[in-house]
Design a protein around this ligand. Structure first.
Ligand code: FES
Length: 69
């Protein structure tokens, strides 16, 4: 699926940029050119960055485990 129609960049390419360390829309744009034209896709790129960050935190405990009595 195209995330950025202007630059013909797919979700796979954007996800790869994020997995390779792009933590901002500007970083994604530098990595794969998505978001570098009209800007209509920048919100979606932000959502993908946030989703990736939330996904990486899912493995962490939500609160400390109960202490053994
Ligand atoms: S759709 Fe990505 S810059 Fe226009």
């Amino acid at each position: 699926m195209y995330v950025c129609v202007c630059r013909a960049v797919t979700d796979v390419q954007v996800k790869a940029a994020i997995q390779n360390g792009a933590e901002t829309v500007a970083c994604v744009t530098r990595a794969c050119r998505a978001g570098g034209d009209c800007g209509a896709c920048r919100g979606m790129i932000e959502d993908m960055i946030e989703d990736a960050a939330c996904g990486s935190r899912r493995s962490l405990p939500m609160f400390p485990p109960p202490k053994a009595a």
